[in-house]
Ligand binder design. Sequence first.
Ligand code: BDR
Ligand code: CA
Length: 316
Amino acid sequence: MSDRIPVILDCDPGHDDMVALVLALGSDRLDVKAITNVAGNKAMEKVNRNTLNILNWCGVEKEVAAGAVRPLVRPYNRTDTDGCHGLTGLDGFDFPADNPLKLSKRRAIEVMADVVRHSPKPVTLITTGPTTNVGLFLRAFPDLIPNIARISMMAGTCHFILTEPFMEFNAYLDAEATRIIFESGVPITMFGYDVTYSVLFRQDFTQRLLATGTRTGLMMQKLLDEFTVLHNKRWIDLGGCPVHDACAVAGVIDPTIVTRSEKMYVRIQTEPGPLSGATICDYQHRSGMEPNAEVVFAMDNQRFFDMVVESAAKLK
Ligand code: BDR
Ligand code: CA
């Protein structure tokens, strides 16, 4: 049996999802069994195109399956100009118009079920988009839950407030699905804004990516330099730019990269009202509820960036 960790990456590229993909695909610790897409940063069609473009450019072949086109209950009403990833969802790099890679004929939760059912080792689900596919999967295949090792999710926030109180995009876009995850009993590591806004890259990092000399590094440098402009203009300029999604991958490759985390009870508000979609983290342990998530607050940033550069250097 391979000593690699079997994972499925569920994503909605997105610039930071692209970094998550490269990090996972270039890692010799992970065995990426499949990639599943979810409508999030952009609608399904663009997300599918972006994932396939990244894989083709990086010279990787994996099963890529389309998933949920909208949240379980809520509408998907984003327009092309929403968010900070540009019109395509991956503005900043011109991928070749022709891409021989095609989508799987299976849908995301079929692929998840197949992989999890047949894996000799429990599978880790890494989720870097809205939580819809994973929520659906847990509901549709409860018998397979024992063979899920962990859900490493870029979602939620404990203290860090970006725009609205306690809201993070992946968690709130499909709050009902997020709730299913928090109530599932599966071990959860939550890489929310608390940690992701403390791991900021600057141009020295994108120059290191370029210096790998790989096509992958070149693509990343171009996309991330553009993302810095888009993100910092749209959201907040903290003197660098976050790569949220890649944090949830790094923590699976090497859990010791996390330097501060705490187990606590987390719930998401699904009831209507101004806080619908907010993650409520019982960081003072006052609710009397058993912890259901490990909430990450800090990582070894230097090691994180080194890891990403290493992966970029290993791909085409
Ligand atoms: C999350 O939202 C998206 O814009 C990013 O890809 C990331 O997954 C951050 O809130
Ligand atoms: Ca994402």
